[in-house]
Design a binder for this molecule. Structure first.
Ligand code: GLU
Length: 300
């Protein structure tokens, strides 16, 4: 596809693990197979959650796996003005509103009931900003490249926070503004974000940004059935050459690409060129989870 632009957008809250490798690799292969441009964006909008230096660790890990990016790495922490401008545009159009409610006050509700929609309830408190999910495009429908037709009513998901009461930007706004600004037209990421896509769809429409194509990938589950994640302390990817070769092979298997078994300990470049040439997203099985391969399990 001419003009394909993909990206991997990790939050630097911890080093990459096997699950993040699978996501990065899928996005990389899908982009390279299409002759596209692949970007890396560090989503460091929440400094308390991001230990210093983790961005460098992540970039070194990607390099060790041969996942080289095009264009300069973008850091969301440098993008305050762009997010502010987007928020103002939404507010001017009545699609974002300030909210003074605390988490405690709405604790009994599955989604925020919109109390501040018609005016701030507790003037004088610090304010978050929320999306008017009832007023934007509804429903949001897209053809997911793996999970087929998706249809959600964002109003049922609620008025998501765009800017937090502590002044930090929220993921939904930052990701949409940057995907738009970086002209990303193909998004390959985990199914944990499938039900975030409706809000992002509303924001794209409200900000006049084109809607990218989406492919949501099965998540890698640890043997206890839980999603492999930084929060449950998934082990960091190794960067020594031998382990990298084996992990790469396992990641290709996890992506249903059936790499030739003899490539299992081939050098990274060799594995990657074979995988780019053979990449076929139609081989991916639409499931929510995939279990961590045994070969990876024993790693520290
Ligand atoms: N930063 C998000 C994460 O690490 C991913 C964002 C995205 O792919 O849209 O989970």
């Amino acid at each position: 596809m001419p003009g394909y632009r993909g990206r991997f957008a990790p939050t630097p809250s911890g080093p990459l693990h096997f699950g993040s490798l699978v996501t990065a690799l899928a996005s990389y292969l899908d982009t390279r197979h299409a002759g596209g441009t692949w970007l890396v964006r560090i989503e460091d909008i929440d400094p308390p959650r991001c230990p210093p230096g983790t961005d460098t660790t992540i970039l070194r890990q990607l390099e060790a796996f041969g996942l080289h990016w095009d264009e300069e790495v973008r850091y969301q922490s440098t993008r305050h003005e762009a997010y502010q401008a987007a928020l103002e545009q939404l507010a001017e159009n009545g699609l974002a509103y300030p909210c003074s409610c605390s988490r405690k006050e709405r604790r009994e509700y599955a989604v925020y009931p919109g109390w501040c929609r018609s005016g701030v309830r507790h003037p004088g408190r610090s304010l978050a900003w929320r999306l008017r999910s009832d007023l934007g495009e509804r429903p949001i429908v897209w053809q997911d490249r793996l999970f087929a037709r998706q249809c959600f009513d964002p109003a049922e998901l609620g008025d998501v926070v765009l800017k937090r009461r502590d002044g930090l930007w929220a993921y939904q706004l930052a990701v949409v503004v940057d995907d738009g600004d970086q002209r990303i037209n193909q998004i390959v990421r985990g199914t944990d974000l499938l039900d975030n896509t409706p809000w992002q769809g509303q924001l794209q429409r409200a900000l006049n940004l084109p809607r990218p194509h989406y492919l949501h990938l099965p998540l890698i589950a640890a043997h206890n059935g839980q999603k492999l994640s930084k929060q449950n302390l998934a082990p960091a990817l190794p960067t020594d050459d031998l382990s990298v070769r084996r992990f790469l092979h396992e990641a290709l298997i996890a992506l249903d690409q059936a790499p030739a078994p003899f490539l299992n300990d081939a050098p990274v470049n060799e594995q990657l060129s074979a995988a780019i040439a053979a990449w076929d997203s139609n081989r991916l099985q639409p499931r929510m989870y995939r279990t961590l391969p045994h070969a990876i399990r024993t790693e520290k």
